[in-house]
Design a protein around this ligand. Structure first.
Ligand SMILES: *Cc1c(COP(=O)(O)O)cnc(C)c1O
Length: 419
């Protein structure tokens, strides 16, 4: 459920009509609903009420805007970060370092050191050598780094290949068959305080079965590790729950997910960590855009909007579907292709889609754009970095500026020999 809806035939975010935001900020612009973020954060937490010890670490990469992090911090969420930059954001948003988990297959030595200095709560190790380096850095600082080992359970998450992370051939985690011996070696490393296991098998999962299979494997691994005398106090179950993008999508509800988790982990006796991203942020945002031209096409007309693949990369990257809706629908429909101005055929949001009839100058939105939308934006084609607006009831604020070509050019230099 989200807080975008029509009132008097005009699309609103909470109590704010979207044309008001377009007039004030211009388009394209991401518009986020505070109420939706809060609701999703609460629904996910409530879904886990049958699980005794839960730590919620919002996956910052889904939507790293500072104001968004602030809202989620207010809901009691910590953060799952994958870079020093994301860590800096989580800390700047007021999250406690202890509530931050550092994931990622390529943490640099510098990033490990900075995270140790910040006192973050958990390092999710991807390889043995990383654990040795982290331990050494911790010893130098007279401390011990709280860590878990990320395991690759070798399950097919049934999602897009580019966001599948839990198969043997993926770059993430250590093979589950080697996890026991590697854990034993890491447990001996000075400066490391090994606490348990982490997994994350992929994103936009529309079926609980692969998650359940992965969790069951982890349950057996935890039992094995304990049998070898290891102290296991945490298991990080990652994120990945899907959201509905197109008509007919039926992702598992957080409640179904929570019931599965409670059942599978009943005897684990650990603190369970969760790293939800998309399920919190996806439906909390739309990309508001204006129709630049309607260009006749060979089969269907092209609706050319002022948003492009640099603003919302998911269709170009993952063949993703985003619902397209007019801000002031007339009831008339059309079959059209929807594309942006970028000079690549990949800059196409939809082909032959049945949509609200729109004409030059009309406003429209791409829905479910709150996750992996602005987060992945670029300035390709020297387009401005897309701005972001947060709505709260009947007020709104620009929470990320439009960063235009002047600013980007100002950060570039022409060397003396070319002057
Ligand atoms: C991306 C990621 C997540 C979040 O995934 P969602 O599908 O957005 O819930 C969680 N944990 C890790 C380690 C990730 O890389």
């Amino acid at each position: 459920m989200d807080h975008f809806g029509y009132r008097d035939s005009v699309l609103h975010c909470e109590h704010v009509p979207l044309p008001e935001i377009a007039a004030a900020v211009g388009t394209p612009v991401y518009v986020y609903s505070t109420a939706t973020f809060r609701r999703h954060a609460q629904v996910f937490r409530d879904a886990l009420s049958a699980v005794p010890r839960v730590h919620l670490a919002y996956a910052v990469k889904a939507n790293p805007n500072l104001a968004v992090l602030r809202v989620l911090a207010g809901e009691g969420y910590g953060a799952d970060v994958v870079s020093a930059g994301e860590m800096a954001r989580a800390l700047a948003a007021g999250m406690d370092a202890k509530d931050i988990v550092f994931s990622g297959v390529g943490k640099t030595v510098d990033e490990l050191a900075r995270a140790l200095d910040a006192g973050i709560g958990q390092f999710n190790l991807e390889l043995e050598e990383e654990g040795e380096v982290l331990g050494m850095l911790a010893v130098q600082r007279g401390t011990a780094a709280p860590a878990v080992l990320r395991v690759n359970p070798d399950v097919d998450a049934g999602t897009h290949a580019k966001i599948s992370t839990g198969r043997r051939e993926n770059k993430f985690g250590v093979a589950i068959d080697h996890a026991t011996e590697m854990y034993a070696r890491l447990a001996e490393v000075d400066g490391l305080s090994m606490r348990g296991i982490a997994i994350h098998i992929g994103s936009q999962l529309l079926d609980l079965a692969p998650l359940e299979a992965a969790y069951e494997r982890i349950g057996r691994l935890v039992a094995d590790l304990r049998r070898f005398g290891h102290f296991i106090s945490r298991v990080d179950l990652g994120g990945g729950l899907g959201v509905p993008y197109k008509p007919g999508d039926a992702p598992p509800s957080p409640a179904d997910y929570g019931a599965m988790v409670a059942r599978v982990t009943r005897d684990w006796d650990v603190e369970l960590m969760f790293e939800p991203g998309r399920v919190i942020a996806g439906n909390a945002g739309v990309l508001l855009t204006e129709v630049v031209w309607v260009k006749p096409g060979a089969v269907n007309p092209y609706v050319i909007v002022d948003a492009a693949m640099n603003d919302l990369a998911r269709p170009a990257m993952y063949d993703a579907w985003h619902d397209f809706a007019a801000v002031r629908p007339t009831g008339a429909r059309m079959t059209a292709n929807i594309a942006g101005p970028v000079c690549e055929s990949g800059d196409t949001f939809a082909m032959g889609r049945d949509i609200d009839h729109v004409a030059r100058g009309d406003l429209a939105v791409f829905r479910t754009a709150g996750a992996y939308g602005a987060a992945m934006a670029s300035t390709y084609n020297s387009r401005a970095l897309v701005p972001q607006v947060l709505v709260d009831g009947d007020r709104f604020a620009v929470v990320a500026d439009r960063v235009g070509a002047e600013t980007l050019i100002a950060a570039e230099r022409v060397p003396d020999w070319l002057r």
